[in-house]
Design a protein around this ligand. Sequence first.
Ligand SMILES: Nc1nc2c(c(=O)[nH]1)N[C@H]1C(S)=C(S)[C@@H](COP(=O)(O)O)O[C@H]1N2
Ligand SMILES: [Mo]
Length: 531
Amino acid sequence: MRNLNKAPRQHSLHELWPGALAGVVAAGILFASAQLVSVFFGPASAPLTSVGSAFIDFTPAWLKDFAIATFGTNDKMVLLISMGVVATLLSAVAGIVARRHFRAGAALVVVFALVMGAAIITRSGAGIADLFPLLVGTIAGLLSLRFLTPEPEIARGETQAQPLQAGQQPPTADSTSRRSFLLRTAALAGVAVVAGVAGSALSTTRNAVRQVRDALKLPSAKIKAAALPTGVQAPVEGVTPFVTPNNDFYRIDTALVVPEIDPAKWELRVHGMVEEEITLGFDELLAADLIESYVTLTCVSNVVGGNLAGNAKWLGYPIRELLARAKPKAGADMVLSTSIDGFSASTPLPILQDDRDAMLAVGMNGEPLPLQHGFPVRMVVPGLYGFVSATKWVVDLEVTTFAENAGYWTSRGWSSHGPIKTASRVEVPRALARIPAGKVSIGGSAWAQTKGISKVEIQLDDGPWLAATLAAEASVDTWRQWSYVWENAPAGNHKVRVRAYDAANELQTEDQAPPAPDGSSGWHSISFTVV
Ligand SMILES: Nc1nc2c(c(=O)[nH]1)N[C@H]1C(S)=C(S)[C@@H](COP(=O)(O)O)O[C@H]1N2
Ligand SMILES: [Mo]
């Protein structure tokens, strides 16, 4: 210890920062160079991506529930920021240790690298080659750490050898070595930034799939969706658009980096308990008789009154046609659909064979699927939550049984089946809105996919249940809007509750349930003030 023979002083931050800074800059070099090299090996080989994805895969139901409830569709941003904070702290610790005992610090870096290596190699589809970027990054990081960790004796010897000019104060060992340390640190930080920028620029130019998608012309449907009836939109300003624009459509998935599938290379394998195995290519899919239909997708993680639901016009190939060609064997009761990145969903076989518009979708609101929503092909199944049906970037359908197999979220504590529960929500007024006295317009949506909504009622404060006006119905597979005008609402605080009935006149349950394990339930209410 170099300070042992000096006057005792506090071990302050002052002594720790050079090590911490060295560690953080070395980590910057590690990640930036690994990221740069990973451009040539695919997203799974990027350490940050794979560690984040592994973390998501280990997320138990309650934590996913919490993350989505708290951060909504910003959950990935929050994960990335938390990972950044943890990586910064760990690399600072490694740097501080390295400054006392270089080998111990280096050993820490190697341990972190091994953990990241394990995350990379266990990604679905990853091979040994995917470890190469991490290896390059780790070596670059260790060299940087070495470069920023001076041997105290050497640093001291060099300063003392400097000849003094007349009148000049002898520079202290500290001030000179600090200047050289700062120079080195700044230089390496610069290198890390340049490598990081180069990596992201390269991966964008290599992203040809987006261009293929933008240039793709989809065929029109053999059976077009019926034109939307007039009046599907409730006449209340601020109610959700009946058709959700693609850019506003909620996004929920486990993919930290959106998979990029070249449609020319896309293939769907249909196998398992079938008489005929099928391998379907994209051109073949587009050449088939496509259907078009409006379907409202809903996420099981949606809380009562939440917005993890969206309605789009989907274009695709009926899955029942594909299954009819594959001929499922007796005893099969489930289709396990798997995406290119390892997500999977268990869908009851009979649901995919009945006459609802379950499809392999290629189009969304008149465009090819956006990359985030599953380009080039995803599943859409009316009446089931997305986690058991709506596999994006789908590449594999295995006809199997619930006894033999389970989907991604089922093996993490969620239900194996996921029929959508009848739900309704108040969209206008917004919660806690302040509204001028007089007429208060109230409106929202309700859904009971595959059944349809027959009645919506609202309750003002503790008054009787009142029938709301239903907007036109587009199909039983879409949500249905409703509205109510409260004339002469008195000043003060008010509450509005809503409840819906499906087409069989079954009232949605009042029982409150959280999203896990099979979807939230309960009647939605909001408070507002008339001023
Ligand atoms: N490949 C893949 N597909 C997936 C998921 C996923 O994590 N990965 N999540 C599912 C869930 S939970 C939902 S709710 C829907 C959401 O589809 P969207 O993002 O297009 O709205 O996608 C489903 N398909
Ligand atoms: Mo979901």
